[in-house]
Design a protein around this ligand. Sequence first.
Ligand SMILES: [Zn+2]
Length: 424
Amino acid sequence: MKSKRLITGASQLVTLRGRVPRRGKALADVGLIDDGALLIGNGLIAQVGPRRELEALPEARTAEKIDVGGRVVLPGFVDAHTHLIHAASRAEEYELKISGASYEEIARRGGGILNSVKKLRSATAEALKNRALATLCKFAAYGTTTLEAKSGYGLDVASELKILHLHEQLNLEQPLEDVSTFLGAHVVPEEFRQKPGGSRQYLALLQQKLLPEIARENLAEFCDVFCDRGAFTRAESKEILQAGRAHGLVPRIHAEQLSRSGATQLAIQLGAASCDHLEHVSQTDVRALAQSKTVATLLPGCDFHLCLKKYAPARALIDAGAIVGLATDYNPGTSPTLSMPMILSIACTHLRMTPAEAIAAATINSAYSLRRQKSVGSLEPGKQADIGVFEVDDYREIPYYFGVNTCWMTLKKGEIVFQRGSPR
Ligand SMILES: [Zn+2]
């Protein structure tokens, strides 16, 4: 292992340098350098610029050289919304969804979130960890180097803590960074649904037992809530997010996915880092987001997988000046993909974002939503050398070749964590 590396041979170096977060027209500014190079030292980016300039530096002479052979170099993707830890797929629901069964009908047949909860509670920590480790290798193979991971398939004290402890262990045992979010308020679990006042009792459990323990052990940075039909009301969401904040956890929120609940306004009012989904936002919500520092994280993989026609109004959000981010929402029920390149394709085709806007949303703006904008999300001196190299001539080809993984190499803190077979 060498501490210094010089990456050359990039037909395009997409730096994303400059203003953070990106709003409006600036979202399309990807900071392109043709025939660019990167000098890496001790896991951090030391210099970025045209190849000729960097090759002339004295430090470059002793550095290990990686020639990427005319491919395109990007910052590693930052996936700001995943439900990483779960026990199994829910492929058995796929045909029901295709045939038009509603969310409620699937739940009646034993599917939905509560199905994942049942499976997670009976899984061992070791089995969950092995599944997550294999998944994280796949994330790396698609160019993702930092991801947010939510709890929320445990929904009892022991199972939620089991997930959050796994987030911590995964950071120690593999190279990608996972940023931990507590989503105890995903839905009300079965055992509380059957009693009168059950949802109140469950919220009390979250506030009295789980949040103090999470804060004591420092197991999460963010507190999330699913504020929608069949989950939690706006008032309940406010209560849990405020309790989270009192324990030092920054709010995030699942907002306006199935219906307009007012969650976006709540997110802004509470200074949430992000409000996610937003298929059903109103024009007032769009204007309010544009005036706020809350990121509008769009998850078009859900609409694609669920065959829904209504996508979030990305163009209106961008044009109004909101901070737009993109994430996979990797989860077994509504978005079983960990491919950010595929999310970029859906964002371009269905949200009508340009490739440049989609890439900025999946890197620098997502880093901002995770409070990681000083360390990841762009290729600039002093940041982590988190890099994706793609087997294309032009960055626009990454979303253009939909469903094709063109990722060729991924580096995390300057170390190669994924490399595809042979050079072209
Ligand atoms: Zn989600």
